[in-house]
Design a protein around this ligand. Structure first.
Ligand code: SAM
Length: 284
């Protein structure tokens, strides 16, 4: 893989060599959105989480490349509602409904009861302004799964780009509990390249993919890079406080299987600058 200055700066950040990273980033500030935003975060000592500033995340998911991605995600979900005809649906990590709301609008079969889990109060409030939910939980999936009662049951659970926010051991534990309460789970996530943690190849791949995502943002580039992409990237690079656990589609398949789901089908949803989005449909 070709070595680039931004990839080198990410390697320095991953190794905790912040001064080295700061110098490298300041030399690229004029040509790289991510270099500018990373330099700013280092100088302010910001420890923000990717969802602390929902305006950045909301601007990001409404940008050009994301409109096509979300169109494909919502159509996939709508097609699955029409095929499986769930009456009770649970959406895990709904955000402000960017995937769920158009899916419901597009489907011929609309689930009768929709329950949502969304830990961000701000996004939850926005969501329930547009959707009449049967039950809403402003907590993480891990805590929700701990409290599941025997009578809780959904025909279908779904999650788009949210399970990657949960550390794998807690996530598998929560999925294992959920498997006893659903007929089917639909997971939409990115099929990210399988590169060794801490390797220069991973840092080059992250540099290319983040810069590509940032430069697609046009007038919102600095807001999105500082408020959403940098916290995500620093979470991925700094092993002490990671905030994102993406993995290849094959690893999602293995994880769902080890959590007790079976007959997992994997289908391609959309080719996106970050990585291809994939849909896994797993029977419990
Ligand atoms: C990338 S967004 C995706 C939102 C929505 N599903 C969509 O496709 O637009 C990730 C979502 O996961 C939520 N989230 C973060 N940690 C979570 C957790 N532990 N349990 C459930 N959701 C979580 C975030 O608040 C955010 O709304």
């Amino acid at each position: 893989m070709r070595h680039t200055p931004l990839g080198g700066a990410l390697s320095s950040l991953a190794a905790g060599k912040d001064d080295e990273a700061r110098h490298a980033l300041s030399r690229m500030k004029d040509e790289s959105v991510m270099a500018r935003a990373l330099a700013l975060a280092l100088s302010s000592g910001s420890l923000a989480n990717a969802y602390d500033a929902p305006s950045a995340f909301e601007a990001f998911i409404r940008s050009r490349g994301n409109i096509a991605l979300y169109g494909a995600v919502s159509s996939t979900l709508a097609r699955l509602y029409d095929h499986y005809r769930p009456h009770r649906l649970l959406d895990i990590g709904t955000g402000d409904g960017m995937a769920l709301l158009p899916a419901i609008a597009e489907a011929t079969h609309v689930p009768r009861e929709i329950d949502v889990i969304e830990p961000s109060e701000q996004m939850f409030e926005k969501l329930i302004g547009s959707l009449s939910v049967h039950a809403g939980y402003t907590q993480g999936f891990e805590a929700f799964a701990e409290d599941l009662a025997q009578k809780n049951h959904w025909d279908m659970a779904q999650s788009s780009f949210a399970l990657q926010s949960i550390p794998p051991s807690a996530r598998t534990k929560a999925l294992r509990r959920l498997a006893r309460h659903v007929d089917r789970l639909v997971v939409i996530e990115f099929d990210v390249p399988d590169l060794p943690l801490g390797s220069r190849d991973l840092h080059e791949s992250l540099a290319t993919r983040y810069e590509c995502a940032a430069s697609e943002q046009e007038e919102n580039a600095d807001l999105v890079a500082s408020g959403f992409l940098v916290p995500m990237l620093l979470g991925q690079l700094r092993a002490a406080t990671p905030s994102n656990w993406e993995q290849p589609a094959s690893a999602w398949l293995d994880e769902l299987t080890s959590a007790g789901f079976r007959a997992v089908k994997v289908e391609h949803v959309h080719d996106y600058s970050w990585a291809s989005a994939m849909c896994l449909v797993a029977d419990a």
